[in-house]
Design a protein around this ligand. Structure first.
Ligand SMILES: Cc1ncc(C[n+]2csc(CCOP(=O)(O)OP(=O)(O)O)c2C)c(N)n1
Ligand SMILES: [Mg+2]
Length: 324
């Protein structure tokens, strides 16, 4: 079936999830050692959503992301080394060290980009989709946003107009049960947010966001639909934020029962188990080891890269006397 990932695609998604997991763990370790600056929003346990949702996209398709975008970045093909360099403010980062971890963007890969304003990535993707439709480029846009962002007014406006104009956009709701420290039950009376899609006249589907294959298949259908000109749809990928909101909030309010339930649904372990029926376990272990090594190397290289110099920033031109 067209929407089913091949074994090679599943292996690649598995590899990318391991890369993201190691990046997240390492960021946690460096934070503990006082070597990070500002809050960092980790996505441990949520890797399958971003990696699967972006796996079938073309390079020219555009993705807008959130403050918790590391899996989205790696999924869309960004280089871990340049991601880590950006997180640590180095000149070699995707935004030459000026963006930091929340708003990384790379036009070449269509990642436009992370966003610290909750909900703002939604209208941005709709605008991009409108442009693709008007220009007839065949590209599609995807916004990946959280359950908290789903409660914003701009989410409603964006979905309404995208459905009305049949724009080539996929609304990918990464539902991790929390917005900041607040559980979803305290944010909305609607448990399954994909049901809202009916109110806009577009399809809405729910998927187990910790099942990489199921997520791929569900999103692939939404992508196909947008690409053939049949308009937007909403995919709600159910997952769980097992850590705190960021490195400045260590959590502690998730119930032990929930944590245990979601630990058993770890997307990397599940992908390993599914793949091991088709791929040699030794090969999977090697892929895991190589992916961890790639993430480690990204940190080693990035952390010895230079910080941006004042002179290299365009805004410093007046101070250099170049603008009169
Ligand atoms: C417009 C706006 N309002 C409030 C905030 C503060 N804020 C940052 S993240 C967040 C919660 C986001 O929850 P969700 O969309 O579910 O994303 P998650 O952190 O779970 O990935 C809030 C309220 C903000 N950054 N922007
Ligand atoms: Mg959330």
């Amino acid at each position: 079936m067209k929407n089913t990932p091949s074994i090679d695609q599943k292996v690649e998604m598995y590899r990318k999830m391991v890369v993201v997991r190691r990046i997240e763990e390492k960021l946690g370790e460096l934070h503990r050692d006082g070597k990070t600056r500002g809050p960092i929003h980790r996505c441990d346990g949520q890797e399958a959503v971003g990696v699967a949702a972006t796996a079938m996209l073309e390079k020219g398709d555009h993705v807008t992301s959130t403050h918790r975008g590391h899996a989205h970045y790696v999924g869309k093909g960004l280089d871990p080394r340049k991601i880590v360099a950006e997180i640590f403010g180095r000149e070699t980062g995707y935004c030459r060290g000026r963006a930091g971890h929340m708003i990384i963007a790379d036009a070449e890969h269509g990642l436009l980009g992370g966003n610290a304003i909750v909900g703002a990535c939604i209208p941005a993707a709709v605008g991009m989709a409108q442009s693709f439709q008007m220009l007839g480029t065949g590209q599609i846009a995807m916004c990946i946003f959280g359950d908290g962002a789903a409660q914003t007014g701009i989410c409603h406006e964006s979905m309404n107009i995208a459905a009305l104009w049949k724009l080539p956009v996929v609304f990918l709701l990464e539902h991790n049960e929390y917005g900041l420290t607040v559980h979803a039950d305290a944010q909305s009376s609607v448990k399954d947010l994909h049901k809202r899609a009916a109110g806009y006249g577009m399809p809405g589907r729910k998927v187990d966001g910790n099942d990489i294959t199921a997520t791929y298949r569900c999103v692939a259908e939404a992508v196909e639909m947008a690409r053939r000109g049949d308009g937007p749809s909403l995919v709600e990928a159910k997952t769980y934020r097992a850590t705190g909101f960021s490195t400045s909030d260590m959590g502690g309010y998730q119930s032990e029962a929930d944590l245990e339930k979601w630990r058993k649904k770890d997307p990397i372990d599940r992908a390993f188990r599914t793949l091991s029926g088709h791929v040699d376990n030794d090969r999977l272990e090697r892929i895991r080891a190589d992916a961890i090594a790639e993430a480690e190397t990204a940190f080693e290289l990035a952390l010895s890269d230079p910080f941006p110099s004042f002179e290299s920033h365009p805004a410093s031109a007046p101070y250099r006397g170049e603008i009169q």
